[in-house]
Design a binder for this molecule. Structure first.
Ligand SMILES: O=C(O)CCC(=O)C(=O)O
Ligand SMILES: [Fe+2]
Length: 196
């Protein structure tokens, strides 16, 4: 929490215990046939542009995806911690599973949309069991001082950052890259309307 206040981001390894990790991973693999090509922007701005991003996503729904109950519990706890220690007023979230096939990437961007700024915290947990140097797919985080650094998408690693101020990119993956990515919102996502 101190890191996200001072540096705008935080990286936490082993964010999920083993059992939760494998539950989420098998849920992910089961849903793979239902993933859709991801777009950029919200509302009418929504567009699919493979030049900008090359991932496929599956939006989660707490009521429908009850197999993820333990994950929803972790999320509730995370939101409570942010509200208590960082004085945020988070009251909702939106999450999707993401699959970058080999060759997939995401150009440098911010996670807040121009016409919808309720995304406060971006939260990514990687689901890649044996990611190695050379597999690509690193998350590049751009810091305030103009430098950037790379984060390997290794299993159970969680990256959180302030959605409005931390530019980031996903470098080209050289094999399938899996993640659970979402945003903690200061209003429920229905206010800004979801896209699929
Ligand atoms: O998967 C990642 O490392 C980042 C994904 C991302 O930037 C996004 O979905 O907005
Ligand atoms: Fe992003």
């Amino acid at each position: 929490m101190d890191d996200i206040s001072s540096k705008d981001y935080v990286i936490i390894d082993n964010f999920f215990r083993e059992e939760l990790y494998s539950g989420i991973k098998s849920f992910f693999l089961g849903k793979l046939p239902n993933f859709k090509e991801a777009g950029i922007g919200a509302h009418s701005d929504f567009q699919v542009d493979a030049k900008v991003r090359g991932d496929f996503t599956y939006w989660l729904d707490r009521k429908r995806d009850v197999q993820l109950q333990n994950y929803w519990d972790v999320l509730d706890e995370t939101i409570l911690i942010f509200n208590r220690y960082c004085y945020l007023s988070l009251s909702g979230y939106e999450f999707h599973l993401a699959h970058y096939p080999s060759g997939g990437h995401y150009d440098k961007h911010l996670d807040q949309f121009e016409n919808r700024n309720n995304r406060m915290i971006s939260m990514i947990v990687y689901l890649n069991d044996d990611w190695k140097d050379g597999d690509g797919g690193e998350l590049e985080i751009f810091e305030k001082n103009g430098t950037s650094f790379l984060v390997q998408p290794i299993g159970a690693r969680c990256v959180m950052f302030k959605s409005a101020v931390v530019p980031h990119a996903v470098l080209k993956a050289h094999k399938s890259r899996f993640s659970l990515t979402g945003w903690l919102l200061y209003q429920p996502s229905s206010v800004g309307t979801l896209f699929v």
